[in-house]
Design a protein around this ligand. Sequence first.
Ligand code: E4P
Length: 220
Amino acid sequence: MKFFLDTANLDELRAVLPWGIVDGVTTNPSLIAKEGVPLEEQIRRICDIIDGDVSATVISTEAKEMIREGRKLAGLHKNVVVKLPLTRDGIEACSSLSDDGIRINVTLCFSAAQALLAAKAGAYLVSPFAGRLDDIGIDGMNLIRDIVAIYRNFSFPTQVLAASLRSPLQVVEAAKAGAHIGTLPFKLMDSLFNHPLTDRGLEQFLADYNKVFQETAVSR
Ligand code: E4P
């Protein structure tokens, strides 16, 4: 399973990179707006920092404009994946750009039927939003499982990017479901490290070691 960082914040990206576990970045217009830097400029900066897929969402909503904007975004850097919403225009733009060899992440996917459309249109990635479904009382992880099963049935090459993940349990469930990628906000990625037994175990190891060797060093 690949891990993407769900952010447009450069400090967050720089903080996680040394861990060596991050394979790419997903952004969306809300995340870009939070940074106060125009889309193209911020995408360039992200691509300068990480060597991996970087999803950049088009702002247009009409197919022709999406195609024009998508080409421009794809031209920014070889690692840019153009993100298009799961609308009629988005799917039309996905078919056209995918035919031209541009990699597309179809976003805002909330049903298995929608995910079928993305695969049929040649999407490179589809992003089902698990957390936002959970927010309205629908099991988001079920959707991830359904999409993975359907894509496997037909050997669709589209990869499932589990998005809108909110907890370590959801990350594990997405991995068990066979999602190819999980995109995690910084806080969630950081929280995967946490386990009280790890902390307690390390404390004990160091205490035991120091009891013998520090005392020995002092007594010499
Ligand atoms: C995915 O690409 C989206 O940017 C993201 O996962 C949405 O998450 P949210 O529902 O927490 O905003």
